[in-house]
Design a protein around this ligand. Sequence first.
Ligand SMILES: Nc1nc2c(c(=O)[nH]1)N[C@H]1C(S)=C(S)[C@@H](COP(=O)(O)O)O[C@H]1N2
Ligand SMILES: [Mo]
Length: 199
Amino acid sequence: MGIVTPGFQGRPRSGAPNLPPGQYLTPDFPVLSAGPTPKVPRETWEFVISTETGMEYRWSWDEMMALPQETPTVDIHCVTRWSKLGTTWQGVSLDALLDGIDTAADYALAHSYGDYSTNLPLDDLRDGQAWLVHTYDGDDLPAEHGGPARLLVPHLYFWKSAKWVRGIRLMVEDNPGFWETAGYHDYGDPWREQRYQGD
Ligand SMILES: Nc1nc2c(c(=O)[nH]1)N[C@H]1C(S)=C(S)[C@@H](COP(=O)(O)O)O[C@H]1N2
Ligand SMILES: [Mo]
């Protein structure tokens, strides 16, 4: 062990206590997409939660917009090391969507228009931790940031927040998504720096 100075983490920080280890603050809003931006008209948009027994729960755009709306202000952390603090969104809590869905599943796989997917424990979508958002900073969510609607799960690295999300599959067993199959962490807690499998 070397000499430890209290409060010094030995990692890049900008002095913000809400900046996870190894992250840098950015005032910008970078776009990170693994493929082209899909065009998803609101008229044909739908969001489907399917359960391990094959039950399907569907919302049209208007049905989703008629649900109680929340306006979370949260910090977001990309595994490529940028963080953005105090971002404000509007959308529907996953609690409202999962309410009344009968499931014994422990895992969720979010999947997107255009083929992206990402896995997370179902519990991480509950208790006010996750939203289906359609508005960023007071305006319609831009297509490059996942509009018309994306998942927002800010307590995990931002790759878990699937853009252009079209549904969530509830599963008894864990199945890795796009980045998790490529070696990124199954859970992805930025405060524990769970960037890659094995971290
Ligand atoms: N469908 C889809 N969702 C996605 C991605 C993607 O490539 N496709 N990239 C992820 C990654 S790695 C990050 S950091 C964030 C980036 O969101 P942004 O482009 O709005 O900053 O979206 C996540 N969700
Ligand atoms: Mo990312």
